[in-house]
Design a protein around this ligand. Structure first.
Ligand code: GDP
Length: 358
């Protein structure tokens, strides 16, 4: 499954956030046999639609989709030079599908900042400079090789051109993700460049920032169009000790309406380019993870490879139509249930039953 690698300067709250991510009872209850690796935090994607479906179908249990975060050892200035943890750090990021950057916005004199000041945008620049330098090193090695290949094989010329264009963008201090409308990601894929991965920003803030709408808007705009999540990592870990009512009270006291981990799960899912479709029956109401743009047979394959191979058609009703009708039978007689074939592109909120040959 796809993962987001958590990176950030030392002392920004990565461990605190990661501990909160790994301590959720929902998953322990629903996926008791899943192997949970120590450096991977698996978070449920909150989806109130599943509760409603479970009600309609009398489902015995609810299985939400999940998002995986991998804890990556702290980055420091000079990581791209391969000093100390540098090499291992870069190799770990290379394996992640997206980069979740934790940025410190909280002020706390008891927690030392590596550069002696709290300046989130400067911190982002330090991290991104290291990643840009690592990519430039990769390209410095690759470009001469691609140039030779392009001379003997015509179809290698576009890759060479894309690599040269990427080099120029990086030399101007821009990540390839920020310049994604100007680069051909498909051509560059084979080079495993770090800054081509999608970025997500987690601003670890305290109450004074969380309730400061202009400040939140300013930081959101600074990283747009990447997703930005604002939370207080310390509070997030405290929430897990509380019952629902006290948790909501604590959140309200810092100007929030839901746990930051919920927003983080949604943003992570979105950043990875994922979406869900839903199935429901007496056994379970469940969200299945697919890529945005996947076809119906591909979606069926997530349940079982036989479903993809033997795909005949998908019986689909949109979640809102189903809820409006009140039951599958009522939705059917209202003409809201569609039969879709193998070219159908799945839509978020599709409630599906697949027909297949075995
Ligand atoms: P890491 O080095 O990025 O993994 O940072 P840690 O999670 O170890 O946090 C460093 C210190 O900052 C610890 O003492 C945490 O308790 C503290 N800390 C983390 N998040 C917050 C926060 O949101 N607010 C405050 N005030 N302190 C925090």
């Amino acid at each position: 499954s796809l993962t987001l690698g958590i990176v950030g300067l030392p002392n920004v709250g990565k461990s605190t956030l990661f501990n909160a991510l790994t301590r959720n009872d929902v998953l322990a209850a629903n996926y008791p046999f899943a192997t949970i690796e120590p450096n991977v935090g698996v978070v449920p994607l909150p989806d109130p639609r599943l509760d409603k479906l479970a009600e309609i179908f009398g489902s015995a249990r609810i299985l939400p989709a999940t998002v995986s975060f991998v804890d990556i050892a702290g980055i420091v200035k000079g990581a791209s030079e391969g000093a100390g943890l540098g090499n291992k750090f870069l190799a770990n990021i290379r394996e992640a599908d997206a980069i979740c950057q934790v940025v410190r916005v909280f002020a706390d004199d008891d927690v030392v900042h590596v550069d002696g000041r709290v300046d989130p945008l400067a911190d982002i620049e330090i991290i991104e400079t290291e990643l840009i330098l690592a990519d430039l090193q990769t390209l410095e090695k690759a470009v001469p090789r691609l140039e030779k290949e392009a001379k003997v094989k015509k179809d290698r010329k576009p890759v060479f051109d894309a690599a040269k264009a990427a080099q120029e963008i990086l030399n101007n201090g821009t990540t390839l993700f920020a310049a994604r409308d100007r680069v051909d990601a498909d051509l560059l894929r084979e080079l495993s460049l770090l800054t081509l991965k999608p970025f997500l920003y987690v601003f670890n803030a305290d109450e004074s920032v969380l309730t400061d709408a202009p400040r939140v808007a300013e930081l959101t705009a600074a990283v747009a169009p990447a997703d930005a999540v604002f939370l207080d990592a310390k509070v997030e870990s405290e929430l897990l000790e509380l019952d629902e009512e006290s948790a909501l009270e604590l959140l309200e006291s810092i100007g929030q309406t839901e746990p930051g981990l919920h927003a983080l799960a949604r943003a992570g899912f979105h950043t990875l380019g994922l979406q869900t479709y839903l199935t429901a029956g007496p056994k379970e109401a469940r969200a299945w993870t697919i890529h945005q743009g996947d076809t119906a047979p591909k979606a069926a394959g997530v349940i079982h490879t036989d479903f993809e191979r033997g795909f005949i058609k998908a019986e689909i009703v949109s979640y809102t139509d189903l809820v409006d009708a009140g039951s599958m039978a009522a939705a059917r007689s209202a003409g809201k249930v569609r039969m879709e074939g193998k070219d159908y592109i799945m839509s978020d909120g599709d409630v599906v039953e697949f027909r297949f040959n075995v």
